[in-house]
Design a protein around this ligand. Structure first.
Ligand code: SF4
Length: 369
């Protein structure tokens, strides 16, 4: 990206009109519409006169990033066709860093966009591929938003391939890709305000989920000031000592403090919180872990989401390679939770074959971080 050029992809209509105050407002409105449709170059804005397109190209960029590859799970039968239950997009940023975003199909022509907030991640969760990468930087607001537009373009291409224009749509956004979103709070908040802008993408806050391993300072801000989007806490276990070993950043973010902030979040208007438990064979599947989760959930409105660990080669815990939980181990753990009257769901393993499932992102982009 040419540093001197201004990126437009994250601007609200009002901001865009200000930025392009030298052109008629109706032209700014046309450009805004094109950006919302995912037009990543002025050439694609066919109702903008060529002379204006060329003038704008000198100073502005509609997008700063581009997709470098797409990976379908299951693989497409026809070469280059974009299809599957999960489609992982590898995106190159202006400084050549790479991030990964995933489009998940719920089978009803509704898709979920899973987006990233950092290149690499400093949280260092031992069960997560991204956690093994070095942390490069926070993503800019436009880099967070452009992932949505790129994934939307993929949705459109699926629709047009099936001659069913506009039928495939993104129905929800989960901020569960690479990085810890609450370590990039200001840019995340600005991105959410653009996602929910009624003159723009117009997404309901209830259809946006932010997943965090629990950063107290940011949780405090969100609990007090919003946005009251859906919140998911990557709990893993509520046994503090074990959690500190599995999620190193939790040493400075104790569960007792996180719980107080989640209670405040719900008191102030936040909805049900998902407690995510990536299930690691032989590690956090003990009765003690189930009981600690019940104790943590007490007083909160929650659902427990069990995610049998998605394999990542080379990941280990204190010298022992991590393993997937056995079927019986998972079933027994769910039984223990349900016996204590907790509401439990199990996450589908979509995207595993392209390393696009929970905890697997980073395998394609790691050499660029
Ligand atoms: S699970 Fe999330 S917070 Fe933890 S290392 Fe992976 S990307 Fe970072």
């Amino acid at each position: 990206m040419e540093e001197s050029k201004t990126v437009l992809s994250h601007l609200s209509l009002y901001e865009l009109e200000q930025q392009l105050s030298h052109i008629p407002r109706y032209r700014a409105k046309q450009i805004h519409k094109w950006i919302l449709k995912g037009a990543d170059s002025f050439d694609k804005m066919t109702d903008i006169p060529l002379s204006l397109q060329n003038e704008l190209k000198d100073k502005f960029l509609p997008f700063s990033s581009r997709i470098v590859s797409c990976h379908n799970d299951p693989p497409a039968k026809v070469e280059n066709k974009i299809t599957g239950e999960a489609i992982k997009a590898v995106i190159s940023l202006h400084d050549e860093s790479r991030i990964e975003s995933v489009l998940l199909n719920d089978g009803k022509k509704r898709y979920t966009a899973c987006i990233s907030t950092q290149a690499g991640c400093p949280a260092g969760c031992v069960f997560c591929k991204t956690g093994t990468l070095r942390f490069k930087r926070n993503l800019e607001v436009y880099e967070i938003l452009e992932q949505f537009f790129h994934l939307q373009n993929i949705c459109s291409s699926v629709s047009s391939e099936e001659r069913n224009q506009n039928e495939h749509v993104i129905g929800s956004i989960v901020v569960m890709g690479m990085g810890e979103p609450l370590l990039n709070l200001e840019n995340l908040k600005k991105a959410i305000s653009v996602f929910t802008d009624s003159q723009g993408i117009n997404f309901s806050k209830r259809r946006i989920t932010v997943s965090t391993c629990g950063i107290c300072e940011s949780l405090c801000d969100i609990a007090k000031n919003g946005p009251y989007v859906r919140l998911a806490l990557s709990l893993v276990t509520a046994d503090d000592k074990l959690r500190e070993r599995l999620v190193p950043i939790s040493k400075s973010n104790p569960l007792s403090e996180i719980k107080k902030l989640l209670l405040l979040f719900q008191k102030n208007g936040g909805g049900r919180i998902t407690l995510e438990v990536p299930l690691l064979g032989g590690i956090n599947t003990r009765e003690k872990d189930a009981l600690s989760i019940a104790e943590f959930a007490d007083g909160l409105v929650t659902v427990i989401n069990i995610i049998p660990w998605n394999p990542v080669a080379g990941l280990e815990f204190e010298g022992t390679p991590l393993r997937e939980p056995e079927r019986k181990e998972t079933a027994d753990f769910i039984y223990m939770l349900e016996k204590i009257k907790l509401k439990v769901t199990t996450r589908f393993r979509k995207g595993r074959n392209v390393s696009g499932a929970c905890g697997q992102l980073g395998s394609v982009s790691e050499k660029y971080i």
